[in-house]
Design a protein around this ligand. Structure first.
Ligand SMILES: O=c1ccn([C@@H]2O[C@H](COP(=O)(O)OP(=O)(O)O[C@H]3O[C@H](CO)[C@@H](O)[C@H](O)[C@H]3O)[C@@H](O)[C@H]2O)c(=O)[nH]1
Ligand SMILES: [Mn+2]
Length: 695
């Protein structure tokens, strides 16, 4: 354990065992590759070559994945040792929203209110909402939200409320710890609840008019200060200019605009980014994050502090693994043991200077060439000097002049001939702005840290049907695959800039899409060969069989230990394998197709927005743990094909086996087929009920 002034770092205690396991497994994997190549000519060519390709891909992926296990750390913080409130730095919170139909304004306002109510000095805090839809309902909602917050924040402070997202507070049964259920408290709570309901009703009513809630795709900039009274933080609405013929760069573009607009207005040295569905569930997260930014040792090169993305709408069974347990428990902690986790887009505190000034000691070079890097606004460049430490006390510029300048920096032509999206701000290299920006920050020598406190700090909305799950996965996997084949690939660009093991983690991300190909081969070839009596695995009594057995058993046991040690159950272990297999096959296969299309320019670069509106019908099925394939016909096709091949070959092959009696030759395949059949049983059930209902 390493102790710093404001935080501690603990390395996983099983480190030696883990590394030993990696080494042993590696030997088995190498033997397997050797076996495939050395036995090439004894066997039927085509299936053997295909199996070799599949296993090679899986082996390489396995190899890079071990980087996440190499040195896993966890951290704790000591916020009580932070300087007093007067000495804390400014913090700007960015909330992004786009489309009220997929992102209901009422829910977005819950997020906004929870951000306003952050436990941080109000005069140091500012909340910015970027509205990429430019919808009147968002402005209206924010005004209502601010009115409510003016009573809500004092109430939370007075009683030390922890759940500062009003929706959560009013729906849970007084379990909010340490609250005194006094008469006064109850009365105030009831009064606020009435106000809250009224606010929701008003917003819904206003939004029911289609002209108030339809995104406008051709519009001028609109920036409005919604609150500047001192009792709650500054609240600003920003809808950047949008023109149909100018690329708007999705969330990355929105964040860069916010960086500039907020730079002119409040210019906090740190920013927090939350998606519009990710409300702040623990008001102390800002102070927790400051423990890294203000620590005398780590403050020098920490670019961001990432919190896990967790979700409020998960069911116990979570059949789609929407919580992405592996990513947020293992992956990020593993990267944290190297130079830090990737940026996951929401629930992350970033240092403004890290985003703007290249590497940890490059500030001055960037400012020398300010206009080329940051654009023509002199007022904005002045604000940068304040951030970089060249403190020029801000002259008292009248608010209307500032807002006028803010209009200019939010226009869609402002970034032309500048370094925005390139070396400055959030990157536009791929549409997955978060991951790629985090990657570039690491390339430039910054670190990041991961904090996984017991109480989730941010809670969002996870997809709850098959279609949504796959859409999201395809979106991520496609973009990562494109990064892998670009000039910024970790194999060529990252390799000379990021320490080797850390770089392996990025290699893994950009290669995930290849799972699609490997699993497709594994889902079809051994099956057809089983039917035809061609063996693709060693005989069960041959020594080589042991290699395969070891790899399978070792993987399963390691996985089981991981699930159990992170609080999961045996059932979870089994369920996760199923959805891992399905997601990896379907999502990545489509990602490969999509990436190829984008690579050759057949497909427009576009990004689908995840749905956050709750559909009761879908939610019900999800809560019952029933697969819901509605609207996913296209995505289902490879899955159904593989399952059909499996079933036909399983029974046909058994029949053949019964006649020919070559079990020792076919054992490996029989096992694989049975395993897939057992694993996919609930999916078959889902498909059959869907068909029988004629859906
Ligand atoms: O043109 C756009 C599109 C999206 N967004 C906002 O970006 C956020 C994330 O979009 P969403 O479709 O919900 O993405 P998810 O797939 O749920 O999000 C994951 O993946 C994104 C990368 O594409 C990250 O930015 C997110 O933080 C991460 O949670 C939302 O608040 C959107 O309103 C914009 O502001 N402008
Ligand atoms: Mn989301």
């Amino acid at each position: 354990m390493a102790t710093f002034t404001l935080h501690t770092e603990t390395v996983e205690s099983w480190l030696i065992l883990t590394r030993l396991h990696i080494m042993l497994h590696l030997v088995a994997v190498l033997l397997l590759c050797y076996y495939r190549i050395s036995h090439m000519c004894h066997h039927t060519r085509v299936p053997w070559i295909l199996m070799t390709i599949a296993e090679f891909i899986l082996s390489v992926l396995w190899f890079f994945k071990q980087a996440f296990r190499w040195r896993r750390v966890s951290r704790t913080v000591m916020p009580e040792k932070l300087p007093s409130d007067d000495n804390l730095p400014g913090l700007d919170i960015f909330v992004c929203t786009t489309d009220p139909k997929k992102e209901p304004t009422v829910a977005v306002m819950d997020t906004v209110i929870s951000a306003i109510a952050m436990d941080y000095p109000a005069e140091k805090l500012a909340v910015y909402v970027s509205d990429d839809g430019g919808c009147p309902v968002s402005v209206y909602g924010m005004k209502e939200a601010c009115e409510f917050a003016k009573e809500w924040v004092p109430f939370c402070n007075k009683y030390g409320v922890k759940s500062r997202c009003p929706k959560v507070f009013f729906s849970q049964m007084e379990e909010d710890m340490q609250l005194l259920p006094t008469y006064e408290f109850r009365a105030e709570k009831e009064k606020l609840k009435v106000k809250y309901n009224k606010m929701q009703k008003n917003i819904e009513e206003f939004g029911s008019d289609p002209k108030n809630c339809s995104p406008v795709l051709d519009r001028p900039t609109k920036i409005e200060i919604i609150n500047d009274e001192a009792e709650i933080p500054l609240v600003v609405y920003v809808s950047r200019e949008r023109r149909p013929h100018v690329p708007h760069r999705y969330k990355g573009g929105a964040l860069n605009t916010l960086l500039r607009v907020s730079g002119l207005i409040s210019n906090g040295p740190y920013v927090l980014i939350v998606d519009c569905d990710m409300y702040c569930n623990d008001p102390s997260s800002a102070k927790q994050a400051m423990c890294f930014f203000l620590d005398p040792i780590t403050s020098k090169d920490v670019a961001f502090v990432q919190f896990p993305q967790m979700f409020h709408n998960l069911s116990k069974k979570d059949i789609y693994d929407s919580q992405t347990r592996f990513a947020f428990q293992r992956t990020w902690q593993g990267m944290d043991g190297q130079r830090g986790p990737g940026l996951s887009g929401s629930g992350n505190y970033l240092s403004r200077s890290a985003l703007l000034f290249g590497s940890p000691n490059q500030k001055d070079d960037y400012l020398l060439n300010a206009q080329n890097n940051f654009g023509k606004s002199n007022m904005y460049v002045e604000s940068l000097k304040a951030i970089s430490g060249h403190k020029t006390a801000r002259k008292n510029i009248p608010l209307d002049i500032i807002l006028q300048e803010a209009q200019a920096v939010a226009s869609c032509s402002y970034e032309i001939n500048t370094n925005w999206g390139n070396e400055v701000g959030f990157s536009y290299a791929i549409l997955l702005e978060s991951t790629v920006t985090g990657y570039f920050l690491h390339c430039r020598g910054w670190r990041s840290t991961y904090l996984y406190p017991r109480r989730p700090c941010f809670l969002g909305c996870a997809p709850t049907d098959f279609n949504e799950v796959i859409v999201q996965l395809v979106k991520w996997s496609t973009e990562l695959c494109l990064l892998g084949f670009s000039k910024y690939s970790p194999f060529i660009y990252g390799i000379s800039r990021i320490p080797i093991i850390h770089n392996f983690t990025f290699c893994y991300f950009t290669m995930v899409a290849q799972y699609g190909l490997a699993l497709l081969i594994y889902g079809i070839i051994p099956q057809i060969c089983f039917l035809k009596g061609i063996s693709v695995f060693p005989k069960v009594n041959e020594p080589w069989f042991v290699v395969f057995a070891i790899i399978y058993v070792s993987t399963q046991i390691q996985y089981l230990i991981e699930v159990l040690s992170s609080g999961g159950s045996l059932e979870r272990w089994w369920d996760e394998q199923r959805i891992w297999w399905v997601r990896s096959l379907v999502g990545n296969l489509f990602a490969l197709i999509e990436a190829t299309k984008k690579w050759f320019g057949f497909n427009k670069m576009k990004l689908t927005l995840s749905n956050k509106a709750i559909d009761e019908e879908k939610l019900k099925k999800y809560k019952q743990g029933r697969f819901n394939f509605e609207g996913a016909t296209l995505f289902m096709s490879p899955l159904i094909a593989v399952l059909l091949v499996n079933i036909v070959c399983f029974f046909g092959g058994l029949w053949r086996l019964f006649i020919v009696k070559d079990l020792e030759m076919m054992f490996g395949q029989l096992f694989l087929l049975s395993y897939i059949m057992a694993l996919s049983y609930p999916i078959l059930k889902g498909i059959i009920t869907m068909k029988s209902k004629g859906e």
